[in-house]
Design a protein around this ligand. Structure first.
Ligand SMILES: C[S@@+](CC[C@H](N)C(=O)[O-])C[C@H]1O[C@@H](n2cnc3c(N)ncnc32)[C@H](O)[C@@H]1O
Length: 257
C-alpha cells in the first residue's frame, strides 16, 4: 500500500473525477477530458471546481459535483454485486471503522465497501480472487480517490490468510460465500477488541459464519437481517411502499476479546 497513513488526504486530487449533473443525468468525468452526451459534448477544464457550471457545445448546462460516498454505488464499474449504501452504513456503524483503522476485506468485488471504508479514513487491504475483477476494482479505487488507502490484492483470502501478520488489523469485513472459512482466523488477525463483520445474502452461509465465530470464541456474535421499506407520500396519504420488502442480506458482527 502506498502512503496508507489514514491522514484524511484524498490522494492526488488532480486524478479524481467529478460528476456532471443535469436533472437525472449524471456523468463521471475526468477534469481535462471531453465527454459526449445526448445533449452535446462537454469539455471539462482541468481546474474545474464543484459548483461550477459547464455548457455542452449545444449550450446545455451541467453542474459540477464532487463525488460522494453513495455515488460510488451508482458510478463504479460493476463486477461482484456491490454493497448498497444502507448496508455500507451498517458495516461502518457496527464496526466503528474510522480514521487510522487497518481493515482486512474480502472479496473486493466492485469495491464499494472497500472504497467507502477508505473514505472514512481507514487503510484497507482487500482480496479479490478474480484477476479481472481485481483490475476493475483498482480502477474504481482511482475513481473514488482512494488509491493511497486501498491495497487491492489479487488472491483467494482463504489461501492467503495464514500469511498475514498476526494482530495487524482492527476490523475484518467479509462479503464472500466462503466467509466461514476465514472467520476462524479472526482471533489471530485482529487486535484485542477488533470487529468482524460478515455480509451474506443467504441464511445458509450466515449460519456457517455464526458457528465458525462461536467455535473461534469470538464475543457478542449477532446476526441481523437488513430490510428497508421506502415510504410513499402522495395526495391520498402516507404509508410504506407496497413494493416487496427490501431484503438485501444478513449482517453478522462479532468481536475479538
Ligand atoms: C458480493 S462481491 C463483494 C462486493 C463488495 N463488498 C462491494 O461492496 O463491492 C463478492 C466478491 O468476492 C470474491 N470472492 C469470493 N470468495 C473470495 C475469496 N475467498 N477470496 C477473495 N475474493 C473472493 C468474488 O469473486 C466476488 O467478486
Amino acid at each position: 500500500m502506498t502512503g496508507a497513513d489514514g491522514d484524511g488526504d484524498d490522494g492526488d486530487a488532480d486524478d479524481v473525477p467529478v460528476l456532471l449533473v443535469r436533472g437525472d443525468r449524471e456523468f463521471l468525468v475526468q477534469p481535462g477530458e471531453e465527454m459526449g452526451t445526448d445533449l452535446g459534448v462537454l469539455e471539462v477544464p482541468a481546474d474545474v471546481d464543484p459548483g461550477d457550471t459547464i455548457e455542452t457545445h449545444l449550450g446545455e448546462a451541467f453542474t459540477v459535483r464532487r463525488l460522494r460516498g453513495p455515488d460510488l454505488f451508482h458510478h463504479f464499474e460493476r463486477t461482484g454485486a456491490p454493497m448498497v449504501p444502507r448496508d455500507v452504513g451498517l458495516v461502518i456503524g457496527e464496526t466503528g471503522v474510522a480514521q487510522g483503522d487497518r481493515v482486512l476485506d474480502a472479496g473486493t468485488g466492485t469495491g464499494v465497501l472497500a472504497a467507502s471504508m477508505a473514505r472514512a479514513g481507514a487503510s484497507v487491504v482487500t482480496y479479490e480472487r478474480d484477476p479481472e475483477f481485481a483490475d476493475v476494482a483498482r480502477e474504481n479505487m482511482r475513481l473514488g480517490g482512494v488509491t493511497d488507502r486501498v491495497d487491492v490484492r489479487t488472491g483467494d483470502l482463504t489461501e492467503e490468510v495464514t500469511d498475514l501478520e498476526p494482530s495487524s488489523f482492527d476490523v475484518l469485513t467479509l462479503d464472500t460465500g466462503d466467509a466461514a472459512d476465514v472467520v476462524g482466523h479472526a482471533p489471530d488477525l485482529l487486535v484485542e477488541g477488533g470487529f468482524v463483520a460478515v455480509y451474506s445474502p443467504f441464511i445458509e452461509s450466515t449460519r456457517d459464519v455464526v458457528e465458525a465465530a462461536r467455535e473461534a470464541d469470538l464475543a457478542d456474535v449477532r446476526t441481523r437481517e437488513t430490510i428497508q421499506r421506502e415510504m410513499q407520500f402522495d395526495d391520498r396519504g402516507s404509508r410504506p411502499s407496497t413494493a416487496p420488502v427490501g431484503h438485501t442480506g444478513y449482517l453478522t458482527v462479532a468481536r475479538n476479546v
